[in-house]
Design a protein around this ligand. Structure first.
Ligand code: ATP
Length: 305
């Protein structure tokens, strides 16, 4: 039965604290071994009764996010309606705080939040497993946006096993310049590998050091274990990111890396106070468009209100 009042769900951004990319597979995807961390920067999706589907997008970067069938939220709605055998009727609004094309899985967060909100609106009563299956059809990062917390991802990143983190970690996210296209960053990695400029990815580095560091709860250990194979191609496509990484290190970050396919710089700090200090320093440094202090892990897509 369809609810008559609007329903809102929110889902978090993610940082890949470890991202090892294998060679290109015959299906066009790369084999990944990654450790996802959900952080406290959320998009919300509100859905209400409608006649057919409609979508509006507000907030951070709304002008560059399509508000039609190209939007992952629209595809999530069609997929859930099709699998549950209900009409795809909903008025949907995305309120974005997660910048688009920033390597923070904003689109995936929106898709996960939409699945949760529409399931409640339409009374489709999908189990968490059902939703995870639909999420994997929408994109490699969507299952993690649904699950949240910390998880080891394999396959395309969609096969997840939860990881224990002893204490929350504190981060400052610096968003530099225009968005980077994820396929373009993977293509650049393939090019660098073909030219022999970076290791070919046949031997995926293990995720155990970063998992052990998360278990220890020691920021210095985690800082030493951070790694991202997409950082090199993100830096060749966006050389000014070097200055952004250096700015974060010089301002006192314990560890820095490019988040996912970039261009967001994720700077790890020891505690909340250091995060406040680093946020102020980086906001004044002139290299970032937006600077946000966050912490993780936080839960995945959930109903709010
Ligand atoms: P990832 O880290 O998962 O590779 P990302 O965080 O770099 O992704 P997204 O914010 O998910 O990137 O957006 C990538 C592209 O997806 C955008 O340029 C946009 O055209 C498209 N897109 C589709 N739906 C959405 C959405 N709801 N929010 C943002 N972008 C969306």
């Amino acid at each position: 039965m369809t609810a008559s009042a609007p329903v809102t769900a929110r889902a978090p951004a993610k940082v890949n604290v470890h991202l090892a990319v294998g060679p290109l597979r015959p299906d066009g995807f790369h084999e990944l071994r990654t450790v996802y961390l959900a952080v406290s920067l959320f998009d919300t999706v509100t859905v209400g009764p409608g006649d057919g589907l409609s979508l509006s997008v507000t907030g951070e970067g709304a002008d560059v996010v399509p508000a039609d069938r190209r939007n992952l939220v629209w595809r999530a709605a069609e997929l859930l309606a099709g699998s549950a055998g209900v009409p795809a009727d909903a008025e949907m609004t995305i309120a974005k705080s997660i910048p688009a094309a920033a390597g923070l899985a904003g689109g995936s967060a929106d898709a996960a939040a939409a699945l949760v909100a529409l399931d409640a609106l339409w009374g489709t009563r999908a189990s968490r497993e059902d939703l995870a299956g639909l999420a994997a059809q929408l994109g490699s990062d969507v299952p993690f946006s649904l699950l949240g917390g910390v998880a080891l991802g394999s396959g395309r990143g969609e096969q997840l096993s939860p990881v224990l983190a002893r204490t929350p970690s504190h981060w400052v996210l610096g968003i530099a310049g225009e968005g980077l296209s994820t396929p373009a960053v993977y293509a650049e990695l393939d090019r660098l590998r073909a030219a022999g400029r970076v290791p070919d990815g046949t031997d995926l580095p293990p995720a155990e050091p970063v998992i052990a560091a998360l278990r220890s709860g020691l920021p210095q250990e985690l800082a030493g274990a951070l790694g991202n194979d997409l950082q090199a191609p993100a830096l060749t496509l966006r050389p000014e990111l070097r200055r952004a990484l250096a700015a974060a290190t010089e301002a006192g970050a314990a560890g820095v890396l490019v988040s996912g396919s970039g261009p967001t710089v994720a700077a790890l700090v020891a505690d909340e106070q250091s995060a406040v200090r680093l946020t102020a320093a980086l906001a004044g440094a002139g290299v970032f468009r937006t600077v946000r202090a966050v912490q993780g892990p936080v839960p995945g897509a959930r109903l709010v209100g």
